[in-house]
Design a protein around this ligand. Structure first.
Ligand code: DAT
Ligand code: MG
Length: 148
């Protein structure tokens, strides 16, 4: 089963959106396999956003993601990487459709509430950047018989 890395960013934590965001993925039918509230170090932020190192907003991005606690999560389910990206909405909340997380809760690209892996390779990399193997829980839910 596919896994992805999702993270409620510092703005989402400060705005009390953790529960709302977790509820959306739970209700969809995805399964939580790991989660923690944590402070991201500058080193971890720079590794996580390494692909954007040359972009003009890189410094602001690292400042923002380290500005307060984040809620890091690993979710599992069929096609969860692409589906979670759809549920998040476009990067700029001004382009994100209503009904998506960014469309419903964001106003600016700098504070867009949630991060989600964009491909199987990113998911693999980001899950291991943020979580140790023993922090991820393997279990099955009876509900899955009614989802799949
Ligand atoms: P996403 O988070 O949708 O995967 P991304 O990987 O292109 O988007 O960019 C990572 C984050 O960087 C994004 O969530 C918000 C910030 N960002 C992207 N483009 C930006 C821009 N033009 N100005 C400021 N911040 C930007
Ligand atoms: Mg990205």
């Amino acid at each position: 089963m596919e896994r992805t890395f999702l993270m409620v960013k510092p703005d989402g934590v400060q705005r009390n959106l953790i529960g709302e965001i977790v509820a959306r993925f739970e209700k969809k039918g995805f399964q939580l396999v790991g989660a923690k509230l944590m402070q991201v170090s500058r080193e971890l932020a720079e590794q996580h956003y390494a692909e954007h190192k040359a972009r003009p907003f890189f410094g602001e991005l690292v400042d923002f993601i380290t500005s307060g606690p984040v809620f890091a999560m690993v979710w599992e389910g069929e096609n969860v990487i692409a589906t979670a990206r759809q549920m998040m909405g476009k990067t700029n909340p001004q382009d994100a459709a209503p009904g998506t997380i960014r469309g419903d809760f964001g106003l600016t690209v700098g504070k867009n509430v949630i991060h989600g892996s964009d491909s199987p390779a990113s998911a693999e990399r980001e899950i291991h950047l943020f979580f140790k193997e023993e922090e991820l829980v393997d279990y099955s839910k009876l509900m899955n018989e009614w989802v799949y």
